[in-house]
Structure formats: C-alpha cells, structure tokens
Design a protein. Structure first.
Length: 244
C-alpha cells in the first residue's frame, strides 16, 4: 500500500495543512517544490498534488508548478487534482509530467466525458468518488447522483479509469467506517482503490493497518510532521489481504 503525501497549492504556496516543518527550524516550508523534495527524500513513492486555485476558480491549470515538481523529484509519480472540467486542463497537467489526473464525479454530468479521456489518455485518468450516506455526492445534476457507491465505482471501472479515490464526506463518520467502506470497494473491483480522506495522524494510520486496509492500493496523507519512511515500512510489513 502506498502512503501518498498530499501537497495543496494555493496562490503558488502550500496550504498550512500540507506545508512541512524545516529541519531544525520552527518555520514552515510552504514552497511546493521544496515540500515535494522533502517527501521524495523521505521515500515517497507517489505524491498527491491539489491545485486549489484551479478547483475554486476554474482557471487554467498551474502547469509550471507541476513541471517544476516533476523536474525536482524524478522517479516519483504525481497524481494531480484541479479544475478537470476541460480537456485543456487535463492536457496541461499530463504534458507537464503528471502521471495521473483526478476528475471529480461532477464531470460525470457530461455523457461519455470520462470515457473519452480514458481513451485519449489510457492509464492516466483517476476519479474521486465523494460520498455521503453510502451514496455518491455530486455538484449539480448528474445521472450518477445519489446512486450507490459500488454501482458508480463499477460504472467508472467500465469507463476505463486507472483507479478510484474514495472520499467519505459524511460528518461524524469514524475513521474506521471510512476505511472499511474503501476496503469493501477494493475487495469488489479490479482497479486500484485509494483512501482519500480520514487519515490525519499516526493514530489514524494504525487504525488503517488494524482494519486490514493494506488491501487498498494507497492512502492520501495530510500529516506534515509524519515520519514517512517509518510509516511506509510499517505499511509494507502488513501483507496484502485482498484478492487483487
């Protein structure tokens, strides 16, 4: 199971949730390239990049930052989220060197959009399923709105996506519940499932291991102070119990 550090970028800098402490200093490092190098040196095998400005404003992808991270961290694949409602943004991120681009379920409101992207960029398209009460939560109208998570996940698998990010936005749900729900998808589908939320501390990681979550392909981490090398070693020590 991959432990995937998250880097959220806003106005060209990392947000406080994903900036990291400089070694031997109390100040935060908020330069996305510096933070990406920090995680790469710590042993990250993949990075999760969120272009917050592109998501919130719909502006053109910040491809220059993505390209700079790719150049600074050779051999570390990026999965990038941000304003993927246009072919232009998807193309910009991939041309900048991102291995994967992540589309939200609101993109499903356009018939065949995701399938067409999967055909154009095979192996590079991921979809994030935002869920609530076991149903898919979408912005605006969509034929997939309020459908069961498994049903929608199977739909995207047929569309050709390279993997699914599971994000439970139900307030009050425990981390164990979110882990178990993602785990059930991993048992049913043949494509990789990544837990996209609910892991914000080392204690949360222990819950993940205990729940048998290592059958997941990965988990995104918002833990700026994490000892990644140690955490990944623990993840590698837990055998994959899935049938994949």
């Amino acid at each position: 199971m991959l432990l995937i550090p998250a880097i959220e970028i806003k106005n060209g800098k990392c947000t406080s949730a994903t900036a990291v402490h400089a070694r031997g200093q109390t100040s935060l490092v908020d330069d996305p390239v510096a933070v990406a190098k920090h995680w790469a040196i710590a042993g990250a095998r993949r990075l999760h990049i969120v272009d917050t400005d592109s998501i919130q404003t719909g502006r053109k992808a910040d491809a220059a930052v993505i390209h700079a991270i790719v150049e600074a961290c050779p051999g570390v694949p990026l999965q990038v989220s941000g304003g993927m409602l246009s072919d232009t943004n998807v193309e910009s991120y991939i041309e900048a060197g991102s291995e994967y681009v992540i589309l939200g379920t609101k993109a499903a409101s356009t018939p065949h959009y995701i399938n067409n992207l999967c055909l154009e960029y095979p192996g590079h398209i991921l979809v994030e399923l935002d869920t609530r009460d076991g149903k898919v939560n979408t912005e605006g109208w969509s034929k997939l709105a309020d459908h069961d998570v498994l049903e929608v996940a199977e739909h995207f698998q047929r569309e050709g996506v390279a993997g699914i990010l599971y994000c439970d936005k139900q307030l009050g749900q425990t981390h164990d519940f979110k882990i178990t729900a993602a785990f059930s998808l991993a048992q049913t589908l043949t494509i990789p499932i990544i837990l996209a939320n609910g892991l914000n501390s080392s204690e949360d990681l222990q819950r993940l291991y205990k729940a048998g979550g290592n059958s997941l392909a990965g988990a995104i981490l918002f833990i700026p102070t994490l000892d990644l090398a140690k955490a990944q070693k623990l993840a590698d020590a837990h055998p994959d119990q899935s049938s994949q």
